[in-house]
Every structure is written in C-alpha cells, then in structure tokens.
Design a protein around this ligand. Structure first.
Ligand SMILES: *Cc1c(COP(=O)(O)O)cnc(C)c1O
Length: 372
C-alpha cells in the first residue's frame, strides 16, 4: 500500500494487473538456464524492432548506455560537439561527456519544452558531429526541422526517446528521421522492467552490429575483442518487457485519457498546461504544469497526501560544479530553460491512475488556488 492518497507511480498496480503472465515469463527464464544473451533477449529485440518499425533493436542495460554506445559507435569523441538541451534528465549530457565530447546546450520552445529547431543552426560549428533531440515528457521534438538541418550540415541525429516510446509526430514516426533512437526501460518509464534496461533502435544494420559488439566487451565472435563495455539487457528483463510491450499502446492511451481529464479539470486555473503540437501523439510520460509558485503548490499537495514531483528543477548547466572541468558550451540564451526549471511540476500520471484520483489532484490544486 502506498503511503500517499494519490501516489506518483503505479508500479505495483501494474505488476498485479499482469502478475500471472509476468511471473510465468520470469519462471520460464529461470528454468531455461539462459540468462544472458539468450533467446528471450533475441525475441524481445525482434518484438521491439517490429513495434518501432525499425530494422534493428539492440537491448542494453540502460538508456544512458544506449546513448553512450551509439555515440561511440558513430565515432563521436574528444574534440567533437553534440547539440542538445539542458532541461533534460542529466544522462543526455552525461553520455556526451563520457565519450569525451562537448555538449552544446540550445534553448527550448517554451510551449513544448523540446529543443527549438530555429536556434540549432546558430549553435553549429565545424566541430559539431551530432544533434540529440530529447522527446521530453512524451512528446516528440520537431524532427522534420532537426533532420533537415542535420542533413544540410552532415550531422548525425540521435533521438533520446527515453520518455516517448509509442509517441509519434503528425507525419513522422520516431526512428524515421534519425540515425538511431535510444530508449530506457527503467521502471518509471512508459515501458519499464523491474530494474534497469535500455535499447537502441536503428535502420542502420552496421550501426546495430557495432552497438551489439560494444555491449559485449567489443566482441562479435567468441574470444575476439576490442575495447567495449558490459551492457547487455538480461533475459529476465527481456522476457518481462515482451509481455509488457503488448500493453504499451493501451497504457499510453490511458495516460492520454487521464491527461485530458487534467486538461479539463485545470482549465481556467492560473497553471500553464501542456501544449500538444497539432497531430502529434503525446504519450504523457509526465503531465507537467507550470507555475511561478511551484514549490508552494508541491508542498500544499503533499500535505493533502498527493505526491507531485519535479522534472527537472535544476537544468544541467545549473548543476553545482558544472561543468566539472569538462568542456561544455551554451549557445545563446537559456532563459526559457531556466524559467521552466523553476516552474515545472509533474502531477501523478501512470496508466493505472484512476479518474477519481485525477479529480482529487484537481480539487487539491483548486483548493490551493482559493487559499492564496
Ligand atoms: C531516463 C532517461 C535517460 C536515462 O535512462 P536510464 O535507463 O535511466 O539510464 C536518458 N534520457 C532521458 C531523457 C531520460 O528520461
């Protein structure tokens, strides 16, 4: 039982809804004796590639490693610059630093909190090698513009899709306009295993082969190595993910329904509500409202037993010690990024959230407004 009246996550509810199938899938792996690079991983990779409509999917041990291994496989390293945003989970930029390259932070569009494509070109230098658009909160970035710029300047595009598996643009799919898509299966993501996991999806078979090699100590053939990593998705997690993948579209639809209820309930309040680009399938990994009185609202809700969180209250370039002696660059102003960090609040959002719980949150917010 959760100690909150309305919790932020519904992991255990999700497990209970699928308990029989998940337990059976795990037990089957335990009895099979194949736990690493086994048939369940191969099966899940096939399921995932089919779901994403990409040629390949490679299972890894985290979304962070997905970014690192793709950057490595594409030859991005010291002396290179990679354009991304600063209002993302830390790992997006961390991966760039970990391969020895320099993140270059570009401002966001205030409405969607995704990279502003109009500001990318000004950030490009002869050192730029790649762009990492983040599909923040579950809504794809404006990939057509990103891909047009990347083509004109001969840059790689790597989609950080950790929050947006199952989303799509109006006339583009994720994976269609990039070199690779990186995603995460940590439990709180829209498709989550019972721990850590990640994957790379791509239509480039050479790139997929290189990532497969890198995840297994640089080995494509037994006993033959170059320097790589240990970053494989375990078969237990792969088996669970194959079960859950079948539910993903339904779960994302449920999130979208709860988001509509929040939209309707909170219309007319002082809060800034999420903006969906026309025709985009936003899958509401997070339902974000914005208010200059964010901390006050978060505290008020907590006192009522409602757990709201912040994603992300400290932008990467605002972290203490940034950039820790490493190279980093800010292109232009990050005023919208900084305002967003100060004002965003994530309301409870998960597929098992009930309409009654949404109403409790909405009523709590209205009570807060009336009390000010
Ligand atoms: C979760 C997340 C990651 C990292 O994924 P892990 O599996 O936790 O390593 C990277 N980028 C974004 C935007 C994320 O939300």
């Amino acid at each position: 039982m959760s100690k909150y009246q309305v919790d932020f996550y519904g992991h255990v509810r999700q497990y209970h809804n699928l308990k029989a199938e998940i337990d059976a899938a795990i037990l089957e792996v335990l009895e099979s004796g194949s736990y690493v690079l086994g048939p369940k991983l191969t099966q899940f990779e096939a399921d995932l590639a089919k779901y994403c409509n990409t040629k390949e999917a490679v299972g890894l041990n985290s979304g962070t490693d997905a970014l690192i291994l793709v950057l490595k496989a594409l030859g991005v390293g010291p002396g290179d610059e990679v354009i991304t945003t600063s209002n993302t989970f830390f790992a997006t930029a961390e991966a760039v630093w970990l391969v020895g390259a320099t993140p270059v932070f570009v401002e966001i569009e205030p409405k969607t909190c995704n990279i502003d494509p109009n500001l990318i070109e000004a950030a490009i230098t002869p050192k730029t090698k790649a762009i990492i658009p983040v599909h923040l909160y579950g809504q794809p970035a404006e990939m057509r513009a990103v891909s047009r710029i990347a083509k004109a300047h001969n840059l790689y595009v790597i989609e950080d899709c950790a929050q947006a598996l199952g989303a799509r643009g109006d006339d583009f799919a994720i994976g269609e306009l990039s070199d690779a898509v990186c995603t995460s299966f940590i439990i709180q993501k829209n498709l989550g295993c019972f721990g850590d996991g990640g994957a790379v999806m791509t239509n480039n078979s050479e790139l997929a082969a290189e990532v497969r090699k890198l995840r297994n100590h640089g080995s494509a053939k037994r006993s033959h190595h170059s320097v790589g990593y240990n970053s494989r998705l375990d078969d237990i997690h792969a088996a669970v993910l194959s079960v859950k993948l079948k539910e993903l579209d339904k779960w994302n639809d449920l999130r979208r329904e709860r988001a509509k209820e929040y939209d309707a309930g909170l219309a007319g309040t002082s809060l800034k509500l999420p903006t969906i680009r026309p025709g985009f399938r936003h899958i509401f990994h997070l339902y974000i409202v914005e208010t200059p009185h964010r901390d006050e609202l978060q505290d008020f809700l907590l006192k009522k037993g409602i757990r709201a969180l912040t994603h992300y209250p400290i932008a990467i370039h605002q972290q203490e010690g940034y950039p820790w002696g490493q190279a980093a660059r800010i292109s232009g102003s990050l005023a919208h990024t900084e305002r967003s960090a100060a004002e965003v609040l994530s309301l409870p959002m998960f597929p098992e959230l009930t309409s009654t719980e949404v109403k409790l949150v909405v009523d709590g917010i209205k009570e807060w407004e009336a009390s000010r």
